[in-house]
Structure formats: structure tokens, C-alpha cells
Design a protein around this ligand. Structure first.
Ligand code: BES
Ligand code: MN
Length: 457
């Protein structure tokens, strides 16, 4: 008998941190583990080499007249540090209450194992199920999927044989309220490095004759938002897709308890652009955030120094219809224009991702043409989730990003059905990450029903 929780524990024991070269063995271990698991439930497994971490492609069902679902997941995880804040070691899975703790338990090993388990149970019950299934499991998601575009280019013909992509790598608000995610934000990231004098200087000998690079960086940062919280770059909001009324209604159903959300965040007050509630802002508006800043003396006590360099790391989240290249150009133009000419400024490109939106059937006032199989999948998901979780799903755009979803759409034309499974308290990317095992068990039952409903007859 296939035991999902035991399998998930085994998966978590492989420390597959894609960004850490020291985790080579863990990456290989995780690949071999999922590959072996899929082989054991009847899939033919191919490990597709890339410049960095391989992508696992596993298929079952050869009849080209059967519907074909591509299930996406990632076997890589975020780094586990700071290690001293974990109550049990990050790569030694431990059950406490109804949760399984460990790095990657929620992002994305648990949700991926949910679908693998659903497929295992379904095929055990119906070995001849008329459904083609391809698992496409990558190992670079947490570092921006650098190898994925090349993989897409070389495998697009095969992927185009799919009807839609099915995945769980997004969130839900409570254990009994599932969300079908119908949008993901995009990303544009860069580093700004400002150099003043060619070396650190004594601030008494030279202070007062030159601009301090920390001042240049912080004044730049201060210029990038208006006091009411909008991004202060001309044209930044030009292409933003307007919110439809059905979306606002779905967001309202998410709950109105702003106090709880505020307490969860631990902030004294919200700071949200006018015209949008906090629950709307993270889903339908783009942002510009500072992810790190540095320069000068960081040690104990004091040091009277004018630093040579200062830096800031910036990321923008984009929403549907915004183009990463255009936003990058607007951002760089603003930085260069606002940077004083008495310092030198270098901007270093980091990765980016295109935002994604899919309108579920029967929602929009201006519905787009949709493949019958995609519409069937959405309706099957709605029904299965209502049956298993006791309430129909909400249809929401998500604040986070899974950039390859838009790339898949662009290259193959395939849309994605995203069944959210992780909770705000799952601590993604943070110490003590965990996955709710009740959500997992019900997720398995829902996934099984969805897959069975879309199978041919
Ligand atoms: N699973 C997350 C995306 C996510 C997070 C969706 C929270 C919904 C809610 C994914 O693994 C992730 O962390 N993505 C990164 C982007 C990536 C390019 C590093 C993100 O959103 O920051
Ligand atoms: Mn993820």
C-alpha cells in the first residue's frame, strides 16, 4: 500500500537546495527518489539533463486519443538557514500535531506528493484508466528556473500534446477553503551598486566634500514610492489589467478580518495604495520592494568612515499584462535619472518572470475562447473540491510567482489549473516550514477525483 506521509518524509530527507552547490548529493537523492517512486507506480521515467539540475519527465498511457494532463512540481527547496531557529532539524521530517515539519514539506514536496499519491491510488483502483499523465518535475524553481526556457524550446512538441497543466504550488487561507489560483504575479529583479570614493575614507579628513554612497542609495529608495504607497515611476501602472467585479467578489469572500491579518503580520497598521484593500493589493497590484540594503560599517560600536560603496537589491512584482522587459526599462531609467552624477552607479540584472492569468469558465463578463478540456478540468476541480472539502473553491489571483507557468503558456499554448494547498502558517521559505497532513489527505482525494473526471471513457 502506498503511504503518502511515509513517502513525503523520505522525500524531505534529501536536502535538495538547488542554490547551494554543497547540496549536490541531496539534489541527486531527490531526483532518484521521485524517479524511482514514479517508476514503481508504472511510469516510464526520463531524467532530462540541463546545464544545472535535471528535469524529470515521467509518462504513462500511450493512447493518443486519451486526454493528457501534465502535472508540474519542483523537487528543489529553499536553503534551510537560519538553522538554529528550527525546532527539529530541517531535513529530518517530524510530525507534531497534524503537521509534518521539514524544509520543502509545503514548497513543494508535500503538494507534489499529494498528486503523486492521487495518481498512485487512482491507478491501483483503475489500472486501465484512459488518461495520459506526464509528470514534469524541475529542480531549479527556487532559483528562478534558469534551465527551463531551453527545456521548453527542445520539448515543446511533446508538451504540446498535453491538454493542460495541473499543479499545486500556491496558497489557501484556511484548511477547508481551497483556492483555484487563476493568476500569478511576475517578477523583475536587479541589484544597484553605488560607488563614491575609490576607497573607504576618514570622515573627518574628507567629510563635507563628496556625496556619501549610502545617501545616494537611500535617497534613490525614498524616491521610488509616493507617500500613499504607490510606485513612483512614470508608466509603471500603464498596462495593469483592470480588476473585474467577480474578482473583487471572490476576494471579499476570502474574509474581511483585517485585524487578524494585521496581527498575523505583526504590524501596527496597513500601508496600502488607495482604492484597494490589503487582500486585493497583493493579488491585483504590482509592487516595488527593497529586499536588501548595505554599505559602510555594520559591526559593533562606531566607525567614522565614508564608505566607498553601498547597494540595494530591488524586486518588482508584476501583474497580468505587464511586460518584464518594459518594467525593467522604466525602472532602470528612473534609477539612472535620479542617481546624482557625483557617484557612479552600476545596475546588475537579476532574473525575471512574466505574470500569468487564466480566467476560469463561467466567470468573466468577457470570456476568452478556452479549450474544452481546460474548461472540463476547471469544472471537475470545482466539483471535486466542493465534495471533499465541503465548500467550493475560491477563484483568486495569487501574490507569489511561478514564472514557468507563463512561459509554458507562451511556448505551448497550455493553460494551468492550479489547486492551492499551502497555508499562511506553513512558513514557506522560513524556519519550521510544515505541511498540514489533513489538507494533504483531502488534497489527494480531490486530485484523484479531478483526474478520474477528466479521463476519457
Ligand atoms: N511556491 C512559490 C510561489 C508562491 C508563494 C505561490 C507563495 C503562492 C504563494 C514558489 O516556489 C516561489 O517561492 N517562487 C518565488 C519566485 C522564484 C522565481 C524564486 C517567489 O514567488 O518569490
Ligand atoms: Mn514553490
Amino acid at each position: 500500500m502506498f503511504d503518502p506521509v511515509e513517502k513525503l518524509k523520505e522525500f524531505i530527507r534529501h536536502p535538495s537546495v538547488s542554490a547551494d552547490p554543497a547540496c549536490k548529493a541531496g539534489m541527486k537523492g531527490a531526483q532518484d527518489f521521485v524517479g524511482g517512486l514514479l517508476t514503481s507506480i508504472g511510469f516510464s521515467v526520463e531524467v532530462v539533463k540541463t546545464d544545472l539540475h535535471p528535469i524529470i519527465l515521467a509518462t504513462r498511457g500511450a493512447n493518443p486519443t486519451w486526454p493528457h494532463v501534465i502535472i508540474y512540481g519542483h523537487y528543489d527547496v529553499q536553503p534551510a538557514d537560519p538553522l538554529n531557529l528550527w525546532k527539529s532539524p530541517a531535513f529530518e521530517p517530524e510530525i507534531r500535531g497534524d503537521r509534518l515539519y521539514g524544509r520543502g514539506s509545503a514548497d513543494n514536496k508535500g503538494p507534489l506528493m499529494t498528486h503523486i499519491s492521487a495518481v498512485a491510488r487512482l491507478l491501483e483502483r483503475r489500472p486501465d484508466l484512459p488518461l495520459r499523465i506526464t509528470f514534469m518535475i524541475e529542480g531549479e524553481e527556487e532559483m528562478g528556473s534558469p534551465s527551463f526556457p531551453k527545456f521548453l524550446a527542445t520539448h515543446s512538441d511533446r508538451l504540446k500534446q498535453g491538454d493542460f497543466v495541473f499543479l499545486s504550488d500556491t496558497g489557501i487561507p484556511t484548511p477547508d477553503q481551497i483556492v483555484i489560483t487563476c493568476g500569478l504575479r511576475g517578477l523583475v529583479l536587479c541589484d544597484v551598486i553605488v560607488t563614491g570614493p575609490k576607497s573607504d575614507l576618514h570622515s573627518g579628513l574628507h567629510g563635507g566634500v563628496l556625496r556619501n554612497p549610502i545617501q545616494a542609495v537611500t535617497e534613490l529608495c525614498a524616491s521610488l514610492h509616493t507617500p500613499d504607497g504607490r510606485v513612483a515611476i512614470n508608466g509603471f501602472y500603464d498596462d495593469v489589467m483592470p480588476v473585474e467585479e467577480w474578482e473583487r467578489e471572490q476576494i471579499r469572500k476570502l474574509g474581511t478580518d483585517l485585524g487578524k491579518y494585521r496581527e498575523f503580520l505583526g504590524i501596527p497598521a496597513f500601508h496600502t495604495p488607495p482604492g484597494f484593500t490589503p487582500f486585493e493589493a497583493t493579488r491585483v497590484l504590482p509592487t516595488l520592494e527593497f529586499n536588501g540594503i548595505g554599505g559602510g560599517y555594520q559591526g559593533e560600536g562606531t566607525k567614522t568612515v565614508i564608505p566607498s560603496k553601498a547597494f540595494v537589491k530591488i524586486s518588482c512584482r508584476l501583474v497580468a499584462n505587464q511586460k518584464p522587459a518594459k518594467i525593467r526599462a522604466l525602472l532602470y531609467e528612473a534609477i539612472r535619472e535620479r542617481m546624482p552624477k557625483d557617484v557612479t552607479c552600476e545596475i546588475i540584472d537579476q532574473h525575471e518572470g512574466t505574470p500569468y492569468v487564466v480566467v476560469p469558465p463561467d466567470r468573466s463578463n468577457t470570456p476568452k475562447k478556452q479549450s474544452p478540456m481546460l474548461a472540463k478540468a476547471f469544472r471537475a476541480a470545482d466539483r471535486a473540491i466542493a465534495e471533499v472539502f465541503g465548500k467550493p473553491p475560491l477563484y483568486l489571483r495569487e501574490g507569489g510567482s511561478v514564472p514557468i507557468i507563463a512561459d509554458i503558456k507562451r511556448v505551448t499554448g497550455l493553460d494551468s489549473v492550479m489547486m492551492g494547498l499551502f497555508l499562511p502558517e506553513d512558513n514557506l521559505h522560513a524556519p519550521n516550514e510544515s505541511f498540514n497532513l489533513n489538507v494533504m489527505e483531502r488534497g489527494i482525494r480531490a486530485s484523484e477525483k479531478i483526474l478520474e473526471a477528466i479521463a476519457g471513457s
